[in-house]
Design a protein around this ligand. Structure first.
Ligand code: HEC
Ligand code: HEC
Ligand code: HEC
Ligand code: HEC
Ligand code: HEC
Length: 343
């Protein structure tokens, strides 16, 4: 059994830490109660609601990849982030408007206006604009389940961000993931939360530099991948995300570089117990934290040019069959290019 498959099995056993302490919103009953369903908000915030509906947040509870893992071993803790108890019980709207905007029957907002207060009870909440708000779900440790090292992050996006140039410049998660898509008076904070499903967002992530030179019957390929308009490692988020840079000559010689966290069971520093932890991290670090450099050697005596492509996998390719999913659903093309072979 491959390592990552073992990881899947281990994660199924894991009941993750309860990190998001959200009490069910106490909406007063009666005609004036705030209806906190996304459909209700959409009546007056249609454009925002449309963008949100296209986001992975809206599909955090019905996303097929999530369902496969959850249905196999449902843990109550999964709901804390994938369907937080901020709206009606049993709903399937994932991380919805109420998750971020409704507490105690009031709308939390960055701007409280007279028009807004006439439409619904409102409260000023500056925390909405902070990275820590996103970090409530995008930063968490492995559960202390006896299998994993509970001192290690399962998702580490907020910590990666804090070490990035973007943080040093005063940018937040919202600066890159909630950019307004309209301009002028119609502009509003974007709610599509672009990530791996958005080709433009993906294209901003990294710069790839490939230099190739002939060395007798083979080709030396020097690859340098640097974080670009990104505020954390590439890839970030789920531990199963991985990126692969493939290079190939027309004659079929191939090489690849895999970017992911590698987990394995190793002995604790005190030499007493075994825990699953990160033994290597080959991802592209956040800008400000370094870059990825590697040399590949291809056996090809005639090629004068090669092609490369950078792919992002939601789960490593070798597990696509195990999970019964169409590979096309799991892979995204980040960028492609060609390089001349010099010398
Ligand atoms: C009856 C119409 C109506 C409904 C329903 C409604 N809103 Fe509003 N909302 C408004 C109006 C009007 C404003 C004020 C807009 C302005 O001042 O430009 C507003 C303002 C807001 C703001 C602040 C906007 C800003 O500029 O910061 C937020 C956030 C918000 N609403 C969220 C929600 C959420 C979440 C829901 C569903 C629980 C909801 N609203 C339901 C009409 C509505
Ligand atoms: C300077 C811009 C920038 C900042 C700041 C930033 N991101 Fe990103 N983020 C990106 C880009 C570009 C991608 C696309 C690459 C990718 O999907 O891996 C991305 C991808 C992601 C993904 C998808 C990862 C995956 O592939 O599964 C998540 C989740 C995410 N960001 C969350 C956050 C959070 C949370 C913060 C704040 C703590 C944040 N981002 C800050 C630019 C940024
Ligand atoms: C993951 C958290 C999250 C979810 C889900 C979410 N919002 Fe927001 N929303 C925010 C944040 C953060 C801001 C403030 C962004 C800023 O100004 O930096 C915001 C801003 C807004 C604004 C003001 C926009 C503007 O710039 O004028 C409205 C209105 C709003 N949200 C409504 C909604 C509605 C309606 C939904 C559901 C369809 C929703 N939001 C879902 C986090 C969220
Ligand atoms: C209540 C928990 C929660 C909060 C708060 C939250 N997120 Fe998320 N977010 C999720 C979950 C869960 C997913 C993954 C959904 C899935 O794929 O099943 C997700 C997915 C995303 C993605 C898409 C990742 C991809 O792989 O493409 C981005 C980008 C993102 N979130 C950014 C943000 C930002 C920015 C904020 C703060 C404004 C935020 N999130 C706040 C839970 C949350
Ligand atoms: C503390 C918050 C949190 C908890 C608890 C949590 N998740 Fe997640 N999960 C996230 C976030 C945030 C993402 C999005 C990361 C990304 O896009 O890279 C995510 C992504 C995923 C994905 C990948 C979905 C995709 O779009 O590819 C799967 C599968 C998943 N979670 C399963 C689970 C299961 C099963 C549980 C319960 C055992 C669980 N999660 C508990 C926050 C959480």
């Amino acid at each position: 059994m491959a390592r990552a498959e073992a990881m899947i099995a281990l994660r199924r056993l894991a009941a993750l830490a309860l990190l998001v302490a959200c009490d069910a919103a106490e909406v007063p009953r009666g005609a004036t109660a705030l209806d906190s369903s996304p459909q209700a908000c959409a009546r007056c915030h249609e454009a925002v609601a449309q963008q949100w509906a296209s986001s992975l947040h809206a599909h955090a509870w019905d996303d097929p990849l999530f369902r496969r893992e959850y249905d196999g071993n449902p843990a109550a803790s999964c709901r804390d982030c994938h369907a937080p108890p901020t709206s009606a019980p049993g709903r399937t709207t994932g991380v919805d408007c109420a998750t971020c905007h409704v507490r105690d029957g009031e709308v939390l907002a960055v701007h409280v206006t007279d028009a807004g207060t006439r439409a619904h009870p409102m409260r000023h909440e500056p925390r909405l604009q902070t990275a820590e708000h996103c970090g409530e779900c995008h930063q968490f440790a492995f559960d202390d389940d006896g299998i994993h090292d509970p001192s290690e992050a399962l998702q580490n996006t907020l910590v990666e961000y804090r070490g990035s140039d973007a943080h040093a410049r005063g940018e937040t998660c919202q600066s890159c993931h909630m950019r307004a898509t309209q301009t002028g008076d119609d502009a509003f904070a974007g709610h599509a939360f672009p990530g791996l499903d958005d080709p433009e967002q993906l294209a901003r992530a990294v710069d790839v530099d490939v230099q190739a030179q002939r060395s007798g019957g083979s080709v030396d390929v020097d690859v340098r991948i640097t974080g670009a308009d990104i505020g954390h490692a590439f890839p970030t988020g789920d531990v199963f995300r991985s990126a692969v840079l493939r290079v190939a000559t027309p004659g079929g010689a191939q090489g690849e570089i895999v970017m992911q966290r590698w987990l394995a069971q190793t002995i604790d520093p005190d030499g007493e117990d075994l825990h699953v932890r990160t033994i290597d991290d080959t991802r592209v670090p956040a800008p400000g934290q370094g870059e990825l450099r590697e040399r590949l050697r291809l056996d090809d005596a005639v090629a004068t040019e090669l092609e490369w492509e950078l792919l992002l996998w939601r789960v490593p390719p070798e597990h696509r069959t195990a999970r019964g999913m169409d590979p096309a659903e799991l892979v995204r093309v980040v960028s492609r290019g060609r390089a001349r072979i010099s010398g």
